[in-house]
Design a binder for this molecule. Structure first.
Ligand code: NAD
Length: 298
């Protein structure tokens, strides 16, 4: 697998900085995105563009993907124009997206049937972590393939974990993480809603909670980078992506018979209220909760 040429499909909020870090680590990176502007931005920093997923040069035998939803992952990997139909050994495909464990297994089976290696490797650490190459990477799949891929992971992250041979296992940890991130995000929104109701300065609440038992990395992320800046787009993890992940966490818990009373309530709450906030960062659940949408402020 050791090649200095890699493909990278999906140059979005996460993919772009990850692909940039692979460039900085000395790899030649063939970037591809359905959004032409993202590709052009990638070319400006030294990326190779102008390819469609299948006909990447023959000597590119490691391809990463960072895609928004399980549906897009299914198309890019399993569609008739996709990576597996058009790829052949030696090739390793590494999916950095957050999808379902079942999708990981479906892709793995199709890949392995053709002798293509596949790792499901969701990441955590926000856009800032992707920019700083300090992501956590949680990988499901063959240990030997993981060991071979480690140098690439070290180009994008700091904490690299092989969770198990089962391709869905890294994803399960990622969904646990994002369920917690979603619940902390809602908790933070409710905390600031109380502050607003009693006209207490947000900074006062943040400064005290941040050194007290309600502290969380999510509060710091959401408050410092977004809410305090009144900036909900730059560097986003969108509310739509959070909603996808909380639904996936509930789906997994239902499959295995775990109980998620808060997780389930959050799915229902977001379902009813996400309109107008889906494309904003997840910290906008604070706005979702406090904007009165035409109702008089009590
Ligand atoms: P994004 O929407 O910013 O990026 C996705 C990119 O994929 C876009 O540039 C889009 O144009 C491109 N794309 C869509 N369909 C495509 C196709 N068929 N072929 C090629 N490119 C296509 O999303 P993101 O925030 O970068 O997230 C990507 C993945 O990483 C998601 O699964 C998300 O859950 C996960 N993730 C995001 C964050 C975060 O903070 N944003 C953190 C950890 C994990």
């Amino acid at each position: 697998m050791n090649t200095k040429k890699v493909g990278f499909i999906g140059l979005g909020n996460m993919g772009f900085p990850m692909a940039s870090n692979l460039l900085k680590a000395g790899y030649t990176v063939y970037g591809m995105d359905v959004n032409r502007e993202s590709e052009e931005r990638f070319a400006e920093i030294g990326g190779e563009i102008g390819f469609v997923s299948a006909p990447l040069p023959d000597d590119v035998n490691v391809i990463f993907t960072s895609l928004p939803t399980p549906q897009v992952v299914e198309t890019v990997y399993l569609g008739s124009e996709g990576l597996i139909a058009n790829g052949g050994a030696p090739l390793t495909l590494i999916d950095l997206s957050t999808v379902s464990p079942e999708m990981n297994k479906k892709v793995a089976n199709a890949a392995l049937e053709k002798g293509i290696q596949y790792l499901a490797a969701p990441v955590s650490g926000s856009v800032s972590g992707a920019e700083a190459a300090s992501l956590s990477v949680m990988v499901g799949g063959n240990k030997e393939t993981f060991n071979d891929a480690r140098p690439y992971f070290e180009g994008i992250g700091k904490n690299i974990f092989h969770v198990g041979e089962d391709h869905g296992l890294g994803t399960i940890v990622k969904l646990i993480n994002n369920l917690m991130a979603g619940i902390h995000t809602q908790a933070m929104a409710e905390a600031l809603a109380i502050a607003d109701a009693v006209k207490l300065d947000h900074d006062v609440v943040y400064d005290i909670v941040n050194v007290s038992s309600g502290q969380s990395g999510i509060f710091t992320r959401n408050y410092k980078n977004f809410i305090a800046e009144n900036e909900y787009y730059k560097g986003a993890f969108t509310t739509a992506l959070l909603f996808k992940d909380i639904k996936l966490a509930n789906h997994v818990s239902n499959l295995y018979g775990a109980k998620l009373p808060l997780g389930e309530s959050l799915v229902n709450y977001l379902e009813d209220n996400i309109d107008g906030y889906a494309d904003k960062d997840m910290s906008s659940v604070y706005l979702m909760l406090t904007e009165q949408k035409g109702e008089p402020v009590k």
